[in-house]
Design a protein around this ligand. Structure first.
Ligand SMILES: Nc1ncnc2c1ncn2[C@@H]1O[C@H](COP(=O)(O)OP(=O)(O)OP(=O)(O)O)[C@@H](O)[C@H]1O
Ligand SMILES: [Mg+2]
Length: 611
């Protein structure tokens, strides 16, 4: 579908507001024209030339005279002037009231569109495939949802309202002008293309430069946010001076770009002003020397004044109208980027025929293969094993063997490239994601904490949980000890802007989170980071409580976890190389034994060092 059509559909809910905007804009222009024409009799009375009232030399004068006649009949010239001033003031007031209303209304419409688009993009982003987030830089997503959406709204301001407003303004002004003197108007119009050409050239450059300015500003922002995030790295490698210099360079590029942009933007107003001055001379010259353009008589001073005022009112709308295609092009380009994001295929749509997940017996992996990208580079190859209800199955294997990838297949973060995973005999692809995930508790390898309180972090995903239940889960996860020592206990802020927790503490928060949900199936991806013996013991205790009477798939790095497992599946380069209990595999002298010996030696060294 064409971008314009799609935009129109988005704007549809605001058509009421837009209609009000158009009407008030139109009325504002009419009142504006009226204030202009009412000036003619007013000036006449002020200049004391009112005696010639009936001999109005232009069509407009005749019209205005007839218009105001009923109001001023039988009044002295002074009273007439007074009354006309009042009329002028009221009309001016009404014009500005209308302009104000139309601005307010269009702001409402355009910000409504912006909010709708942002909300839709964000909700859509949440459903996209993980691959999308790996392909797309976070900075670009941010710019899309903030800047591009903001640009899109100029479609409303630029096209729907602003164009209309300025075209009406030009039309009304031209009517006034032509009613005063068609010849003078035509003479003036002959010079308008000159102004347009000059402005067009300027605005084109200005637009190019302001795009570059936006880019440079983005680079400054990106640099700050990236480097602040890497502050530890910068400090530990002593890179502060180099980073400061790099930033200084960027800040200077931004400065230069602003100056370049400013050069053109400050030129537009002198150009229009010089043009206006030229126009004033032309109009006065032609108006007072009738022979020049074949007028029958010189125009009266008040008529020339009004003509000048009207003519000068033309420059600004003409500027806007001439830059309209350019502004619109930028807005449409942004709208296209926004729609691109919205068109990104959703990975999380339920297909018809999907049923609610139920778990009574087992989860079976049948010849499961998976690859992230090209199919000839599989991360998992024909993996088969069974996780029966109430049992603990441990996955072990060297780093990069595909353990985390395998665990990600169960909540359907990805679907297998070939083979199947069955829950109670039903392929996972036939289950709705929501019902499947409600059966699962996932504790991932790197614990994600949100910028929120301890309480909210543990209760994430269990919105109905009471404070007591959260505390109970924290206790079971061996986390209540350190939580109660935090400055504000359960109300301490964690995450990006909050208190930093140690690796072991973070894991225990994650375990408490999973315990609170109390799911029938648990997927644990033990963190590989080494913990000291004390936190290792606390985390292990928490794990032991977590796995009781539950079905567990655990990616194990800790000996104790592995030993207690009902079955151990050993993965190497995406293939199952061994299966069995700890005793069986230990005796078999394969990969498991080598991994075990390696870790056991390390543990001995640690113990020896601590002694
Ligand atoms: N999102 C991804 N896109 C492409 N390749 C990936 C992605 N995630 C992991 N891989 C690759 O898949 C392989 C398996 O990774 P995985 O994270 O499953 O290993 P792992 O067994 O969990 O390792 P570790 O013990 O270090 O956590 C690795 O070679 C890795 O480079
Ligand atoms: Mg992993």
């Amino acid at each position: 579908m064409r971008t314009e059509l799609r935009l129109l559909r988005l704007v549809a809910p605001y058509r009421g507001l837009l209609a009000i905007g158009l009407i008030t804009t139109f009325l504002a222009s009419i009142f504006d024209g009226f204030t202009l024409v009412i000036l003619i009799p007013l000036l006449k009375h002020l200049f004391g030339t009112a005696g010639e009232l009936r001999t109005g030399s232009t069509r407009l004068e005749g019209f205005v005279d007839r218009l105001i006649e009923p109001f001023i009949a039988g009044l002295t010239p002074n009273e007439v002037a007074g009354r006309l001033v009042v009329v002028l003031a009221v009309s001016l007031l009404l014009k500005n009231l209308m302009s104000y209303t139309s601005t307010q209304v269009s702001v409402r419409a355009q910000e409504g569109l912006v909010r709708d688009l942002r909300t839709r993009i964000f909700a859509h982003l949440l459903t996209l495939d993980f691959g999308y987030f790996q392909r797309t830089r976070a900075g670009q997503l941010l710019s899309g949802i903030i800047t591009e959406v903001d640009q899109t709204k100029t479609v409303i301001t630029a096209s729907l309202l602003s164009l209309f407003r300025n075209v009406v303004a030009v039309a009304v002004t031209l009517v006034v002008l032509s009613q005063i003197s068609i010849r003078l108007t035509l003479l003036m119009l002959a010079f308008v293309p000159l102004l347009l050409v000059l402005l067009q050239a300027l605005l084109g450059r200005l637009r190019r430069h302001s795009r570059m300015r936006t880019h440079e500003r983005g680079e400054v922002t990106a640099l700050v946010s990236e480097r602040i995030g890497a502050i530890r790295l910068i400090r530990s490698y002593g890179e502060e001076p180099r980073e400061a210099a790099r930033f200084a360079q960027q800040a200077d590029r931004y400065r230069k770009q602003i100056i370049r942009t400013q050069r053109f933007s400050s030129l537009t107003s002198p150009v229009s002003e010089v043009f206006s001055g030229f126009l004033v001379i032309l109009i006065i010259g032609a108006g007072t020397r009738p022979g020049l353009i074949g007028l029958s008589a010189p125009l009266a001073p008040e008529v020339i004044i009004v003509f000048l005022m009207a003519a000068l009112k033309l420059t600004s709308p003409l500027k806007t109208i001439s830059s309209f295609p350019a502004v619109m092009a930028v807005a449409l380009a942004s709208a296209e980027r926004v729609f691109e994001m919205l068109d990104e295929r959703s990975a999380e749509v339920d297909r018809p025929g999907e049923v609610e997940a139920r778990f009574e017996r087992d989860v079976v992996f049948e010849e499961v293969s998976f690859s992230y990208g090209a199919a000839d580079d599989p991360v998992l190859s024909e993996v088969s094993f069974v996780v029966p209800k109430g049992r603990v199955v441990a996955l072990v294997g060297p780093s990069g063997a595909g353990k985390t990838t395998l665990a990600d297949l169960v909540p359907r973060f990805h679907d297998p490239t070939s083979g199947r995973i069955l829950m109670d005999g039903v392929p996972l692809t036939r289950l709705t994601r929501r019902s499947l995930r409600s059966l699962l508790g996932v504790v991932s390898q790197d614990t994600v904490l949100l910028n929120d309180t301890v309480l909210a972090n543990i209760a994430y995903g269990s919105p109905g949980a009471t404070r007591e239940q959260v505390a109970g889960a924290a206790q079971a996860a061996n986390a209540d000890g350190f939580i109660s020592r935090l400055p504000e206990g359960y109300d301490t802020m964690l995450g990006e802007r909050g208190t930093r927790l140690s690796g072991g503490q973070r894991q225990r928060i994650a375990i408490a989170r999973a315990l609170l949900r109390d799911p029938p199936i648990l997927i644990l991806d033990e963190a590989t980071s080494a913990l000291d013996t004390e936190s290792e013991r606390l985390v292990q205790q928490a794990m032991d409580r977590l796995v009781q009477e539950r079905t567990v798939l655990v990616i194990a790095h800790r000996l104790a976890t592995v030993r207690d497992a009902d079955e151990i599946v050993v993965l190497d380069a995406g293939r199952v190389v061994q299966r069995g209990t700890h005793e069986e595999l230990f005796r078999a002298c394969g990969l498991y034994r080598r991994l075990y010996d390696m870790q056991f030696r390390d543990e001995e060294t640690v113990v020896a060092a601590e002694l």
